[in-house]
Design a binder for this molecule. Structure first.
Ligand SMILES: NC(=O)c1ccc[n+]([C@@H]2O[C@H](COP(=O)([O-])OP(=O)(O)OC[C@H]3O[C@@H](n4cnc5c(N)ncnc54)[C@H](OP(=O)(O)O)[C@@H]3O)[C@@H](O)[C@H]2O)c1
Length: 249
């Protein structure tokens, strides 16, 4: 099944590293023009060098007003991927208000801000569109020390459903993908890719496919959900977890 995005314009947040970077490059390879939003300039410069189809936008999406202003000049967008996110584990009893706000500002509030701006423009243009939110397996399940992150991803999934219902009549589809640990800087920073990490190794043991995800494992379902091949699919949350969630033992 070939997926092409010729003539389409996409916007990907968190495009500088990890899943967002791999997705941005793949979308450009599939013919889309991509507005790559991230907050580290050097990441964006190196992305731009890889494809003339990539238009970098250096922006901290946790700043609501700054983001709103910056998005006014990005031009029409047909495909939006709300991918930027942070994971800063802490135990209950140690969270501060700032910790909570930092996670929710990036993981949740930015999706409302960017999602509604882009969807309003899609509505005005009347050609429909597709939005994918990068959530997490921790939107469905929980793990000690990841409480606020899990809550933020649970909120992402509910935003996906509610946006799907409100934007559906304008043929704007909204879906989530919910990966297990993906081999990126985020997982590496938490030691989850370390062979001696008992928590991570236990997860792999319980995963029927016996491994964590690579960025390709995540971006392929995202490309499908963005494409016309998924024309009748909206409001779903897709586990990308090698079967972990179904395993009781
Ligand atoms: N990796 C996993 O195991 C995993 C599992 C499930 C779900 N996810 C989700 O997948 C998404 C991508 O994760 P990843 O693993 O690719 O993470 P990553 O390797 O840490 O990359 C995240 C990217 O997002 C950017 N970003 C973060 N906050 C931003 C902000 N406020 N404004 C603009 N850009 C921002 C980062 O920029 P800087 O480099 O400047 O910080 C970076 O380029 C996240 O939503 C994450 O929650 C990841």
């Amino acid at each position: 099944m070939e997926i092409v995005f010729h003539g389409k314009r996409a916007l990907v947040t968190g495009a500088g590293k990890g899943i967002g970077r791999a997705l941005t490059l793949k979308l450009a390879e599939c013919g889309a023009e991509v507005v790559a939003v991230s907050r580290t300039q050097s990441d964006l410069e190196s992305l731009k060098k890889e494809s003339p189809k990539i238009q970098p936008l250096c922006l901290d999406i946790s700043n609501w007003d700054l983001t709103k202003n910056a998005l006014k000049s990005v031009g029409p967008i047909d495909l939006l991927v709300n991918n930027a996110g942070i994971m800063e584990p802490k135990e209950y009893g140690t969270y501060t208000e700032q910790d909570f706000d930092k996670t929710f500002d990036i993981n949740v509030k930015a999706i409302v801000n960017i999602g509604q701006m882009i969807a309003n423009d899609m509505k005005t243009r009347g050609k429909g569109g597709a939005i994918v939110n990068v959530s997490s397996a921790l939107g469905f399940t929980v793990a000690p020390s990841y409480g606020v992150y899990c809550a933020s991803k649970g909120a992402v999934d509910q935003l996906t459903r509610s946006m799907a219902v409100e934007f559906g009549p304008c043929n704007i589809r909204v879906n989530s993908v919910n990966p297990t640990v993906v081999r990126t800087r985020m997982a590496e920073k938490e030691g989850l890719l370390d062979k001696n990490n008992e928590f991570a190794q236990n997860m792999i043991k319980r995963t029927p496919l016996k491994r964590f995800a690579d960025t390709e494992d995540v971006i392929n379902p995202v490309l499908f959900l963005l494409s016309d091949k998924a024309a009748m699919i909206t409001g779903i949350t897709v586990p990308i977890d090698g079967g972990l969630a179904i395993n009781y033992v």
